[in-house]
Design a protein around this ligand. Structure first.
Ligand SMILES: [Zn+2]
Length: 100
């Protein structure tokens, strides 16, 4: 099992679906991954989290399907009990958005 920190996100309108994220493991450079890649990794037992720059508090990231009517887009979100500061949608967009 590997733990990755999510440091940036790319989202798309109208529901702010996260479509790719920048992941960081230990001191390795940030890699931009598609949300599909992340969902598969979570299913296989890897962990993803976000960290509040202010408090350093972390929040787990989970698989999520958009709940807007007739959508059901398969994406991810920070766990339901996360504070707003940890929310994935509060992260900056990734500079290099080409997902691998
Ligand atoms: Zn949606």
């Amino acid at each position: 099992m590997t733990n990755y920190e999510i440091v940036c996100v790319n989202a798309e309108k109208p529901h702010d679906h996260i479509i790719s994220v920048g992941t960081k493991r230990d001191d390795e450079p940030v890699k931009v991954r598609s949300v599909k890649w992340v969902r598969r990794a979570i299913k296989n037992g890897d962990g993803f989290y976000t960290r509040s720059p202010k408090t350093q508090k972390t929040a787990e990231v989970e698989r999520y399907e958009c709940e807007e009517a007739n959508c059901g887009f398969k994406t991810i979100r920070s766990a339901a009990d996360a504070t707003r500061k940890n929310n994935l949608n509060g992260l900056d967009p990734c500079e290099d958005s080409a997902a691998t």
